[in-house]
Structure formats: C-alpha cells, structure tokens
Design a binder for this molecule. Structure first.
Ligand SMILES: [Zn+2]
Ligand SMILES: [Zn+2]
Ligand SMILES: [Zn+2]
Length: 158
C-alpha cells in the first residue's frame, strides 16, 4: 500500500501525471474529457485537500467559466462515476484519485488539523470488509473507508 499526500514531493508532477492518466483513461474508454471536466479535475489535483462542490463552483466562476451549478456538479459526477475522483463522505467533499487507472478500494486518511487527505489504495481482494461480506454472502456495492486523525506533519508541530 502506498500513501500519497502526507509526504513531501514534487507536487507539479501530481497535477501533470493526474491529468495525463485521466486523459489516457478517457481515450481508452471513449469518454469525453471536456474543458470543464478537465478544469474541475485540475482544481482537485491542485492540492491534496478535499474540496466541496461549492468551493469548486466558486473557483470556476472566479476564472470566468460561466458555470451554472448543474454544470459543475455534472462534471464532478462524471469524474466520480468513472473513478477519476472520489467523494469523501465524512467531509461531503471531493478529491482527485491517486490511481485513476487501476481498480481499487480507496482508503482515506483525513487530517483533522490541516485537512489534507491522503488516499491509500487497497486491491479489492485485500479489503477486509470484502472478506466479511463474502462470508455473509453479501454483495457490496460501495465501501467507504475513512479515518480522521493527525497527519505526520501536524504531529510534528504538535
Ligand atoms: Zn502532490
Ligand atoms: Zn482512488
Ligand atoms: Zn495535518
């Protein structure tokens, strides 16, 4: 398992690689990465923090996109439904996915202090809940794995 978001890294690569990965996935799946969808993705990729739909809408407006709420919400919905972004239920907010090209169950570690969010990826087969559900012959449609706490940086600054 790897965790992106808490460790120091060259963040410009996150944005570049994130957009490139989604671009490729869209081409492979015959999906349209429209201007607004791409821009919403870039806004999410810009930081490792979760953003509410309203924050995203505000940013689009500030940039001169004459975005009506449904347009921004539909762009978000597109990104989430294809696994390019995830909704953090705990925060009612969105983050870009760190592995948009691989099937995974996202695990979110949410810092209660600086609000950064790290996503770890589990293979569906490694998912503990998946095992429990299988034993009960339960068909899982969606799993939400979120933990709140303090990120390494905030622990250091006490
Ligand atoms: Zn980054
Ligand atoms: Zn993900
Ligand atoms: Zn923190």
């Amino acid at each position: 398992m790897e965790t992106t978001g808490f460790t120091k890294h060259d963040h410009s690569r996150c944005i570049e690689q994130g957009v490139a990965a989604v671009d490729l996935a869209c081409k492979q799946q015959g999906l349209q990465l429209t201007k607004i969808r791409r821009r919403v993705l870039e806004i999410l990729l810009a930081r490792h923090n979760a953003l509410g739909a309203y924050d995203i809408l505000e940013k689009l407006r500030a940039e001169g996109f004459s975005a009506q709420p449904p347009t921004a919400y539909r762009a978000l919905e597109f990104l989430v439904s294809h696994g390019f972004a995830h909704k953090i239920e705990h925060l009612n907010a969105f983050v870009s996915c760190v592995k948009p090209d691989a099937a995974h169950v996202p695990v979110f570690l949410i810092c209660a202090h600086c609000h950064c969010v790290a996503e770890s990826c589990m293979k569906p087969a490694q998912n503990l809940l998946g095992h429990v559900a299988a034993q009960s012959r339960f068909q899982v449609q969606e799993t939400v794995l979120e933990a709140t706490g303090l990120c390494p940086n905030c622990q250091e600054t006490g």
